[in-house]
Design a protein around this ligand. Structure first.
Ligand SMILES: Cc1cc2nc3c(=O)[nH]c(=O)nc-3n(C[C@H](O)[C@H](O)[C@H](O)COP(=O)(O)OP(=O)(O)OC[C@H]3O[C@@H](n4cnc5c(N)ncnc54)[C@H](O)[C@@H]3O)c2cc1C
Length: 321
């Protein structure tokens, strides 16, 4: 019976947590299409073994020790040919953007990228993608014979909704030779000391132009520190060089899905919203009661951030003792 295969991502033993969001999507799609869900990972099964899956394929080969698009594509191509899934889902990570379109092409297919959801019609999925910075949603129906390939946007599904259960683990060793791998991997970019992976943060305090000048950044930095949160920003803050570009959230920055996103002095432009609307809880502090950020906020404080934020920082510090 064809099934849904989710390709999980692990780097040096650490999961990319978007993988578990995509796992939840795969389980849901499998349930709605009366199929089984299986998972594949280049690495170890780890906590995946406690999820409800038909199989877990752990892909092992010395030539996959470092990521390369050629190696991952060849390995997954062989696994897909062997297991014959109807749909292959990926988390929309940087790595997936690199190799998954090439993998789909090997099956005369395309990757339906960055989907925010799906619905099932006549037993087949129709994926939803955003266009024009989130102003329009488009339905994308996979065409041609399966397998079909789609990647899932960060925050579109919730990792805590991945169903627990049991899974049978199977090792898959692809046939790979060194001559097919054309790239020579260097140290991963994210390993550099200053790099920040906001996509993995549970708590984010994000600052916008309401902060007025660079010298005021410590006001929000203090709050982030007290909460144990990562500091992020809207684009003007990074364009001005007040915080590094790697802390920008939005359509031209990172897409984040923390448990809590606290937006301070951010108006809520669509280009910002597309990067953070997947947060579980959104809190906004803004002096303008009509700011669009309040339309997506679960909790809102209408007030001057220079009064609200220091008071909040004090209370957090007190509460944490
Ligand atoms: C192609 C393109 C890509 C873009 N990509 C991104 C992106 O990735 N990320 C991004 O963020 N933007 C992006 N933008 C820019 C986006 O359109 C907005 O201009 C930007 O998000 C606005 O940032 P902001 O909310 O910090 O500033 P503003 O829109 O100026 O909002 C400042 C807010 O602070 C409030 N405020 C002011 N003073 C105080 C105070 N004392 N106390 C409390 N509140 C106060 C105001 O009421 C206002 O709502 C992009 C734009 C384009 C065209």
């Amino acid at each position: 019976m064809p099934g849904v295969l989710v390709v999980m991502e692990q780097q040096r033993g650490a999961w990319n947590r978007m993988s578990f969001e995509t796992l939840a999507a795969a389980q849901l799609l499998a349930a709605q299409t009366s199929q089984t869900a299986s998972a594949a990972v280049v690495g170890q099964a780890g906590e995946l073994a406690s999820k409800k899956l038909d199989r877990i394929y752990t892909i092992e080969h010395p030539l996959l020790a470092s990521y390369t698009a050629d190696g991952f594509t060849a390995a997954l191509q062989q696994l897909i040919r062997k297991t014959n899934p109807s749909v292959v889902l990926f988390p929309h990570t940087y790595q997936v953007r690199d190799f998954a379109p090439k993998l789909a092409t090997r099956f005369q297919q395309v990757l339906i990228s960055d989907a925010i959801g799906f619905r099932v019609e006549s037993g087949a999925p129709i994926f939803v993608r955003q266009l024009f910075q989130g102003k329009l949603n488009a339905d994308v129906k996979p065409g041609g014979p399966p397998p079909h390939f789609a990647s899932i946007q960060a925050g579109a599904f919730r990792s805590d909704q991945a169903e627990a259960g049991t899974a049978q683990i199977e090792t898959f060793t692809p046939e790979l030779t060194a001559d097919i791998i054309r790239a020579k991997p260097l140290e991963p970019f994210r390993e550099s000391a200053r790099a920040v992976d906001l996509t993995a943060a549970d708590l984010i305090v994000s600052v916008g132009r309401g902060i007025k000048e660079k010298d005021n950044i410590p006001v929000v930095e203090e709050l982030a520190k007290a909460l144990g949160a990562e500091l992020a920003a809207s684009r003007p803050i990074c364009d001005n060089g007040w915080l590094p570009m790697e802390r920008q959230v939005g359509s031209s920055g990172q897409t984040v899905s923390p448990k809590m996103y606290l937006a301070v002095g951010i108006s809520g432009a669509i280009q910002h919203l597309v990067g953070m609307k997947g947060a579980k809880t959104i809190v906004a502090i803004n002096k303008d009661p009509n700011a669009p950020i309040f339309e997506v906020a679960d909790y809102g404080i209408v007030g001057d951030l220079f009064e609200v934020v220091p008071a909040l920082t004090e209370e957090v510090k007190k509460a944490k003792g």
